[in-house]
Design a protein around this ligand. Structure first.
Ligand SMILES: Cc1cc2nc3c(=O)[nH]c(=O)nc-3n(C[C@H](O)[C@H](O)[C@H](O)COP(=O)(O)OP(=O)(O)OC[C@H]3O[C@@H](n4cnc5c(N)ncnc54)[C@H](O)[C@@H]3O)c2cc1C
Length: 404
């Protein structure tokens, strides 16, 4: 089977790329191991995603925002605090002339929109449920061996393979691309709660001894909770009854939203920083979590991966218009150059936040509290933080061309 492009992994980033290329004259195959509406789907699961304002613009350009907007809850205010200390910062999107800093969307809502979009694109074929088992590239083509759920094996040839199969990427491993990793000794516990008081479209980020706690606005006055805990704490928190859990959460979060109730199911995600040593090879390119996996402290992972998808779509669109080869090394090197600064900046920013805010060293605690107070008072600093939260900092710009 011959394709122009095969995308390994139809998760949030791979499917976004396929959707962005849905109107380009390229034959595209998307290989996905787990059906999109399956309970075990690892990308479109119970989580919610904080989308930056910049990501909204990309989704608008791809033509996906319309399918997501009605269920996207705007973040109009951000409240950052340090548990047990004095500093805090408040940001209001109105001060930045924007309707919202970003939006909270349930991953399953994103999955349904992406699925529908790919299904309606005549040039995109979704091969699912099928798992990549082998991959090789040479000067002429990429060759992927996939295994269907019924045991059948099939070989796909393409001019370019896009590796988008997530943190534990088999495709990256088959290409022999190594990664560097930093384990934080932390896991994220994810759930939902309903607070007594309305969330007023505020996202709370609270730094605690174990790591950051994010409480994000959801529909129906619910809030999404992403609570970073030390690995050693996880088992006991999972064993707690709902009442014990709510009590512990309330103690950590405080009384800002009144009494917390109605906790949803608790799920756990081990956290690490992982970066691939290369993101392009002849006829191969890595995007999303396969290229860089981040701590969710600043809600940047998908936003960064979506910018990968948008930038790559822009480069491939230009190449298709001049009947170029999408797997040409010069095309891929150009993509890598476009993304270098954003990757470095977001990775360093996120890793720095984790280290600074998961530390009890007294001078550091004083410094970060002073920084939070300064950020609350100094307008220029506040504006800079706001623009980063909105995903509008200079390094985040992509050259994605809108649909005609
Ligand atoms: C707790 C938590 C909260 C987060 N919150 C946010 C947030 O608020 N904002 C934000 O921007 N980011 C957030 N993130 C990060 C975000 O979830 C990831 O960046 C995003 O899921 C990456 O998408 P991806 O498509 O690259 O990889 P994945 O989501 O991992 O998708 C990979 C896909 O590849 C498929 N696959 C895997 N192996 C194979 C194979 N061999 N063959 C075929 N298919 C395969 C999988 O089934 C999956 O569908 C959060 C992460 C965590 C853990």
């Amino acid at each position: 089977m011959l394709y122009d492009i095969i995308i390994i992994g139809g998760g949030m980033v791979g499917a976004s790329l396929a959707s962005a290329l849905g109107d380009v004259k390229l034959r595209i195959g998307v290989v996905e191991a787990v059906a999109f509406n399956h309970a075990q789907q690892p990308s479109y699961d119970e989580r919610t995603t904080g989308l930056s304002y910049g990501s909204r613009r990309i989704l608008e350009t791809i033509g996906l925002w319309g399918a997501v907007a009605a269920q996207a809850v705007p973040i109009k205010k951000i409240h950052i605090s340090d548990r047990g200390h004095f500093g805090f910062t408040r940001l209001d999107s109105a001060d930045h002339g924007a309707e919202a800093f970003g939006y909270v969307v349930e991953n399953r809502v994103l999955g349904a929109a992406l699925m529908q979009r790919m299904a309606s694109s005549v040039n995109v074929e979704v091969l699912c449920p099928a798992t990549l088992v082998d991959l090789s590239v040479d000067t002429d083509a990429a060759r992927a061996t996939i295994k269907w759920n019924d045991g059948r094996e099939q070989t796909l040839n393409a001019r370019l393979v896009v590796v988008a199969d997530g943190q534990k990427s088999v495709a990256r491993e088959r290409l022999g691309i190594s990664t560097t990793q930093r384990h934080y000794g932390q896991s994220a516990l994810v759930t939902t709660v309903t607070p007594e008081r309305g969330h007023d479209h505020t996202a709370y980020e609270r730094f605690t001894e174990s790591g950051p706690l994010a409480v994000l606005p959801l529909s129906g006055q619910r809030c999404a909770v992403v609570w970073t805990l030390r690995d050693a704490q996880i088992e006991s928190v999972l064993a707690q009854s709902d009442t014990e859990f709510l009590q512990a959460l309330q103690e950590c979060f405080g009384g800002r939203l009144g009494k917390l109730s109605a906790p949803g199911a608790r799920r756990v995600y081990p956290l690490a920083l992982q970066c691939a040593s290369e993101i392009v090879r002849p006829r191969a390119v890595l995007i999303g979590n396969a290229a860089h996996t981040l701590h969710p402290i600043a809600a940047q992972g998908f936003n960064l991966g979506l910018r990968d998808a948008a930038a790559l779509a822009g480069v491939l669109r230009e190449t298709a218009l001049r009947n170029g080869d999408p797997g040409d090394s010069r095309v891929l090197e150009h993509y890598a150059r476009l993304r270098r600064r954003d990757h470095r900046s977001v990775t360093a920013f996120t890793d720095g936040l984790v280290r600074v805010f998961s530390n009890d060293f007294t001078p550091l605690v004083l410094a970060r509290n002073a920084a939070l107070i300064a950020a609350d008072i100094v307008p220029a600093l506040k504006r800079a933080i706001g623009r980063r939260a909105m995903g509008l900092a200079r390094h985040t710009r992509t050259r994605f061309q809108p649909h005609q």
